[in-house]
Ligand binder design. Structure first.
Ligand code: SF4
Ligand code: SF4
Length: 400
């Protein structure tokens, strides 16, 4: 087949797959009767020191449960006390009630059975892939099938929430806007980070519904051996991608704390699995991320994702990670060329800063001497002088 028709076919597959996912997710949202997750907006409160608590509740439509939690009431009799007798300033009372409202909204927006089942399935699939990777059984074909499976199960069927990204983003947005911490979310975040500490970014690699989608779109644009792109693929230098990601994180946090605004919400690409709740700018942004995924490895993860950033920090203490055995390594650099990002090159070249490794296993698969493994214990430093090939030799290898 001529090269240009290969390229057209890649774009066609990517567009078709994206449209299919959006369409199936649309029906999935309807079937689950999923609700949008929103932090309640600030409102005008009717309140003064002389008011009784019961009057305040009635005037503002506040339930007894909210009052109990927000103002620490222990009996119904306390409803006849005046607001002034509570010992809080009016601003403090409003903040407490708004916080209780936000936590209640969080609780009610979740389908708790679905969330528990999703975590059990996540753990099962990750353990399964972990065993495969440990035994060097992940081939390029299987990788694509596993990604497709994760997309359908964790994205289309189980939806956009929960997600590793959501745990960090929503925690910051909620705390910034209402000063509230939603305990189940912190538990979920702790589980995801524990996964990173145990096995690198395994949750991002094989479980995250958006991460696996970007990865599959990237792989659709690779040759049959998953070595290089059909349409040219680009590796963004890590200092650029991580710099953008850090800046975005800072901007997001400042907006959440100073103006109670969640800047990710309108463009949240996880909403590809919740298309009913996507606005026009969100739609454009999501389409751009999906199309860019063909030529840049996981653009959302490397440029924007808050969990991507936090996970990258925790990766440093991961127990299991990609490791090279330099006794058998012949310094051909096939792994670095096949790696979809700059991480393998950084590992080989002993760079001080190692980028995110998504534990995809491509480097393990392509190594001709089986010198790469996904194993425990510290990475050994590359022997000095092992990778000093002249530029011309490397250029020749790239061409081959
Ligand atoms: S970094 Fe990527 S894979 Fe990981 S949570 Fe974010 S979007 Fe998902
Ligand atoms: S080093 Fe690259 S190819 Fe190897 S597992 Fe990590 S991201 Fe994949």
């Amino acid at each position: 087949m001529p090269k240009s028709s290969n390229k057209t076919s890649v774009v066609g597959q990517v567009v078709l797959l994206s449209v299919l996912i959006v369409a199936l997710s649309f029906f999935s949202v309807v079937l689950w009767d999923a609700k949008p997750e929103e932090i309640p907006e600030a409102r005008d409160w009717v309140l003064n020191e002389q008011m009784r608590i019961a009057e305040f509740a009635e005037a503002n439509n506040v339930t007894e449960q909210i009052l109990k939690e927000a103002l620490h009431l222990t009996s119904k009799e306390e409803l006849s006390k005046t607001i002034g007798s509570l010992g809080f300033s009016l601003a403090e009372i409003i903040a407490r009630v708004e916080k209780a409202f936000a936590l209640q909204a969080e609780h009610e927006s979740k389908n708790w059975i679905k969330i528990r089942v999703k975590f059990v399935l996540w753990t099962t699939i990750l353990v399964f892939v972990f065993v495969l990777l440990r035994h060097n059984r992940v081939t390029s074909r299987m990788r694509k099938s596993l990604y497709a499976f994760s997309i359908v199960l964790f994205g289309v069927i189980f939806g956009s929430d929960p997600s590793p990204m959501g745990t960090v983003k929503d925690a910051i947005a909620l705390y910034g806007a209402k000063g509230a911490i939603f305990p189940p979310r912190m538990v979920a975040l702790a589980i995801f980070l524990l996964m990173v500490v145990l096995a690198n970014k395994f949750i991002c690699s094989w479980g995250c519904q958006l991460g696996t989608l970007q990865d599959l779109l990237f792989r659709l644009n690779r040759d049959s051996r998953d070595r290089k792109g059909i349409l040219r693929q680009y590796k963004i230098p890590f200092f650029v991608s991580n710099g953008v990601r850090i800046l975005f994180f800072i901007l997001f946090t400042i907006a959440a704390f100073l103006w109670a605004i969640d800047i990710v919400e309108p463009i949240d690409p996880f909403k590809v699995y919740k298309p009913q709740f996507v606005g026009i700018w969100g739609g454009i942004f999501i389409a751009a991320i999906l199309l860019l995924s063909m030529i840049i490895y996981r653009p959302w993860c490397s440029l924007f994702c808050p969990f991507g950033l936090v996970g990258w920090l925790f990766e440093k203490i991961s127990l299991f990670k990609v490791k090279v055995n330099y006794d058998t390594c012949i310094a051909c650099e096939a792994c670095a060329r096949a790696c979809p990002s700059t991480v393998m090159e950084a590992i080989l070249k002993r760079d001080r800063v190692i980028p995110d490794c998504f534990a995809c296993g491509t480097c393990i698969e392509v190594c001709p001497t089986h010198s790469i493994s996904f194993s425990a214990c510290k990475r050994v430093k590359t022997p000095v002088g092992k990778f000093t090939k002249d530029k011309e030799t490397k250029r020749q290898q790239d061409i081959e």
